[in-house]
Design a protein around this ligand. Sequence first.
Ligand SMILES: O=P(O)(O)OC[C@H]1O[C@H](O)[C@H](O)[C@@H](O)[C@@H]1O
Length: 260
Amino acid sequence: MTASDERHDMTGRHRRADLAAAFRWAARLDMHEGVANHFSLMTGRGRFVINPANRHFSRIRASDLLELDLAAPPASDQSSASQPSAGQPSDLPDPTAWGLHAGLHRACPHAVCAMHVHSPYATVLACLADPVLPPIDQNSAAFFRRVAVDTHYGGLALEQEGARCARLLDDPAIKVLLLGNHGVLVIGADPAETFDRLYHFERAARTYILALQTGRPLAILSDEVAERTARQIEAYPEQGAGHLAELRAMLDAEGSDYAT
Ligand SMILES: O=P(O)(O)OC[C@H]1O[C@H](O)[C@H](O)[C@@H](O)[C@@H]1O
């Protein structure tokens, strides 16, 4: 298979390596939390890959990703809060990874890739009584009226909570779900687009939180300018692909084994 064939193969190594690179860079940017949080990618015919429980983002290789069937929970007790053995690498996903991502991929066919983290600034935003991100710069304007906000946190994202959250992303125009009192879930068409969106949402939240910390009044853009900016960014060519290609080039130059 040529590299070009691989890029067009939904089940291909290239897409898994892209996802593995996204895990590595998310860890480098301190977006992850311990061995929690999860990224998933549909591979076709009702199947998806996801990170195994208890594996740190900074060590994940493409070959570590678990391929699961949306119709077949990987263990019999997924609806309980039981966990894979602490400290042990696992061939099971975290129960909340199954709850959130299987629920999402079942409910939202447009969610080909999904990334869930407790990144610091998105999580601070998620903890505010009013967690709506106002358009105060280009990054925040990109998300103008494009974020679903869940203000009904109900505990760990096991089956029912995962299914409830998934329903909040059923509008294909909405690609970010700010999980109140929890973190953020970002979806996209592939790992590159999804990681780029996650990266920019965290940057936008950072700018907003830092701006709030000045205690000075915010210069909020008009709805018209915010909407225009969001549309311009949506039409901007291939930024996500270019971003991830550079991250992979940096990992490759370091001799990283992420793609193996
Ligand atoms: O589903 P997440 O939001 O990533 O959180 C998942 C995490 O939730 C709690 O912290 C559990 O104690 C962890 O074992 C689990 O990994």
